[in-house]
Structure formats: C-alpha cells, structure tokens
Design a protein around this ligand. Structure first.
Ligand SMILES: [Zn+2]
Length: 236
C-alpha cells in the first residue's frame, strides 16, 4: 500500500480536485443508475495518441458503427477516449489497484430548460475502473503494437488499432455499484469539469497488457482532499 499523501488545502487548482481516496463510510447512499449502450461491440477502432506525456486511445467516430454511450440521471455522455494509470489514481479504503482505466465521455445531453438545478455542471463524465492483473489471454496485439510505435518514435502510430474489446464488453456488468462525485481532470490544468463515476468492482486485465501500460510511466496524481464535497454511493 502506498502512503497516503494528501495535497495541501491551498491547492492552486481549486478545492474540487481528483483523485480522492474513497471511503464507503463517508458516502451517502442513493438509488442512481447508469445505463450503457454500445459497449458490447466486437471491436473498437481508433488510434493511440500522445498529448502532454499522456497516452490515449481515441475512438474513431468514422470507423466505429456507433460510439458507446451512457445515461446517468438526465445526462447522456458519449465515450471519446480511454487512458490508464498504473498504479490506480483513486484509492478505495486507502488501497490502490494495479491500474485504473479512465473512460472519458463527453456530456452531450441538451440543457434542461427551466430548471438549472438539475443541470449537470460538468462537461465530461469519466468512468474510473480499477484493474488488477490476472492470467488470461486477451487479444491485445493491435493495441500494444500501436503503443510500441508511439513509445519508440514519439509519434502516434498512423495505423488504426483496436482497443481490447473484452474490457469494454465487461464494464456494463459492473454498473450496479459505483461511487459518484464531482471533481477534476488529474492532469494538465486540472480543470474542475468532471463528473466522476468510479466503479466499485475491479476488472481483471491480462498481465501482458498491464506490463505494457506500466512501461508507459503514465503519471499517477497524488490524492486530493474531498473538502466540502459529497460522495455518493449506489448499489451494494
Ligand atoms: Zn486519467
């Protein structure tokens, strides 16, 4: 277990920062639901790109029949990119996981006219999924080749690749239990524009894939204070 380092209160970035250590004892129970569409496809095509030392898989709008999307309360959000941190950025009860995937969705729902109070104040909905290494044979060759090209040349691989479909296929089965809070991006300007959904149950990813992810040395930001925010939990 990593020592919990908590950022100082007078963080220059604001008071609604991420990641946080999630403790169930502090969370308020609600009966919210997430519904996912389009996560069960056989392939997810896109490109591996780099931006400010971060490696992302960007889904191609042109080459996928349909981009996966989620509905949460009155918010609809479409999956645009996926990246990862090893070890995890969020912690659960002070424990970190081998990795954490961030499924970055753009919020596309229309404004709720006449009632600004039910309006989601964020522009992104990020689903954080903890991952542990397991022994399994996933189809990761296409994805890892692109990561390798990016690592070796410093340029995005021009060839299209596929994100391991099994990972996306497995996620909706874990939508029943999650934490929700409003926070920030964990890199760049740390903008406070994220509606976070962190799934309670971790997924298993092959140790080969985990090794590839670890070798990228993607930064894991230190824990931030919850401050006056409210953490919600849904499901058991
Ligand atoms: Zn991230």
């Amino acid at each position: 277990m990593r020592e919990v380092q908590v950022a100082k209160l007078e963080s220059v970035h604001g008071t609604q920062q991420s990641p946080i250590n999630i403790t169930a004892r502090e969370a308020f129970s609600v009966a919210d639901k997430i519904a996912g569409t389009g996560y069960n496809q056989n392939s997810f095509k896109g490109h591996v790109v780099e931006n400010a030392e971060h490696h992302y898989f960007e889904l191609s709008e042109r080459d996928n029949k349909k981009l996966p999307s989620v509905e949460f309360r009155s918010t609809r959000a479409v999956l645009k990119s996926i990246h990862f941190h090893a070890p995890s950025e969020h912690q659960l009860e002070g424990n970190e996981y081998d990795a954490e995937f961030h499924f970055v969705h753009d919020i596309v729902s229309k404004e709720v006219t006449g009632n600004a109070h039910v309006q989601e104040p964020s522009t992104k909905l990020v689903i954080g999924v903890f991952a542990n290494a397991v022994k399994s044979a996933e189809e990761i060759a296409s994805f890892c080749n692109s990561l390798k090209v990016l690592k070796e040349t410093g340029k995005p691989c021009p060839k299209e690749c596929e994100f391991p479909a099994k990972i996306l296929n497995d996620i909706p089965s874990k939508f029943g239990s999650f934490f929700h809070y409003r926070g920030s991006l964990t890199s760049g300007e740390h903008l406070e524009i994220v509606s976070w959904i962190v799934l309670k149950e971790a997924i298993g990813v092959s140790s080969d894939l985990l090794e590839e992810i670890e070798s990228l040395d993607q930064p894991t930001r230190e824990l931030q204070l919850l401050n006056r925010r409210i953490l919600l939990v849904s499901g058991t």
